[in-house]
Design a protein around this ligand. Structure first.
Ligand code: GLA
Length: 428
């Protein structure tokens, strides 16, 4: 008897994209290979917000929501894409990349700029790319702070690999590109596509995902370590304010500049006071300032910089404390650190907004909610809530009743699990 090979488990959005592909592209193109699908997950960040670009620590996890591509390789250098979410069709050319990036980007919608950005960075890295046609479908909420942009970037890299006719591979060991190299490449793609000087958090979380695990990442050395995140009696609820603000891009870059200025000013102050202490000359980022140095010299900073730096230094310490608690299986005790993280983001880093604060205040009143805070860049998007299973319903009800009354808006509620990283498969 011959054994049947089971069809690999593929995420729902990949199945939908596979279903759509033959319906969208039916213009008799002679393809170079079989139909295949590739995908990558969005992420939530348990703690460590705005620490990544300060060379600090983050503790994210990939979630069970992905962006998927399904399609076929072409014989030429053309890429044609249909986005189900945006109901939009685009075409781009791999010819002349990275040189033709600017001229092509200007004619593309936002989502396609991320795709072009990744292809540009792959070309810059010396990878030879093939054209393809594909349908994109995803279930990562767009623009809500769950990193739909990182998911599309990392999924693009996977798709390029799948259709590259074996010319490059992504993985550990002998592969052409290691997961963290893909993350760094996708981070650069985000910069050139969107103009946001984002850190590596989102792309790393997507590339490194593992079921039931959070990942502690040192954003300076890029070393990482998996930690258990799978307590059966506790859930991670993600609640979307439904607010998106344009301000986010300019405010993000402004925060980053302020942190760089704070680190530079602190280095000058500290070396002036401690000229004999060699280690102070190598201060490069807020990561390098100890709590003790900050208490002593921080008050000499201008007020705004003092607030920004104080938040980042405290948040880095909270990440390491959270990692310690996860390591000893004390997820329950992480809650206090989440409340404190939110307070810092609201009062000192000033990236929250009234809708996010309202959701956190509502959660605070519900017994069984261990902790909650805003997620991601801020100024809208979601909160994450660490909740005992038996409190899920009470929190959902409290949000449904109080949030519209207090803000005039509807929130949407989701439960996320720590899930695996990118993947791909051939289907015929
Ligand atoms: C956005 C950025 C990340 C990170 C977070 C804040 O998601 O893309 O690099 O800075 O904001 O923690």
């Amino acid at each position: 008897m011959t054994e049947m090979t089971p069809m690999p488990q593929i995420p729902d959005p990949a199945a939908v994209a596979l279903d759509w592909f033959p319906r969208v592209f039916q213009d008799d193109v002679v393809y170079a290979g079989n139909i295949g699908a590739a995908w990558a997950p969005g992420r939530v960040n348990l703690i460590g917000e705005h620490t990544d670009y300060n060379d600090g620590f983050v503790l994210p996890m990939a979630i069970d929501r992905v962006v998927a591509f399904a399609g076929r390789a072409r014989h030429d250098t053309i890429v044609r894409l249909w986005s189900n979410h945006f109901s939009e069709y685009i075409q781009l050319s791999l010819d002349g990349l990275p040189g033709t990036f600017e001229s092509q980007r200007n004619g593309l919608p936002g989502w396609a700029r991320y795709v072009l950005g990744v292809m540009t960075e792959l070309a810059r890295a010396g990878v030879q790319l093939s054209g393809f046609d594909a349908v994109i479908h995803g279930d990562v909420p767009v623009g809500s702070g769950m990193s739909s942009s990182a998911a599309i970037e990392v999924a693009t890299a996977q798709t390029c690999m799948l259709f590259s006719q074996g010319r490059f591979s992504i993985g550990t060991g002998e592969a052409t590109l290691q997961p963290m190299q893909v993350a760094a490449l996708c981070q650069r793609a985000e910069h050139i596509a969107s103009g946001v000087r984002s850190g590596i958090l989102d792309q790393a979380a997507s590339c490194l995902g593992r079921p039931g695990k959070a990942v502690l990442l040192d954003c300076r050395s890029l070393d990482y370590r998996y930690l258990p995140f799978d307590a059966p009696e506790i859930s991670l609820m993600v609640i979307d304010t439904s607010v998106r603000r344009e301000l986010a891009t300019s405010a993000y870059n402004e925060r980053r500049r302020q942190c760089e200025e704070a680190a530079e000013t602190l280095r000058e102050i500290i070396t002036r006071h401690e000229p004999e202490n060699q280690s102070t000359y190598t201060i490069k980022a807020l990561r390098d300032i100890t709590q003790e140095q900050f208490e002593r010299y921080g008050p000499q900073l201008p007020e705004v910089l003092h607030k920004r730096a104080g938040y980042v230094i405290a948040e880095n310490a909270r990440v390491l404390e959270t990692a310690r608690l996860l390591e000893i299986g004390a997820l329950e005790r992480v809650g206090t650190l989440l409340w404190n993280s939110h307070a810092g983001l609201r009062d000192d880093y000033e990236v929250s907004c009234v809708e996010l604060d309202t959701l956190v205040e509502i959660a605070r009143q519900v017994p069984g909610v261990l902790g909650a805070r805003m997620l991601g860049g801020g100024f809208g998007g979601c909160t994450i809530n660490l909740v005992r299973n038996k409190a899920i319903e009470t929190l959902s009800k409290a949000v449904e009743e109080q949030y519209p009354a207090r803000t005039g808006l509807q929130a949407s509620i989701d439960i996320c699990r720590a899930a695996g990283g990118p993947g791909s498969t051939w289907v015929s």
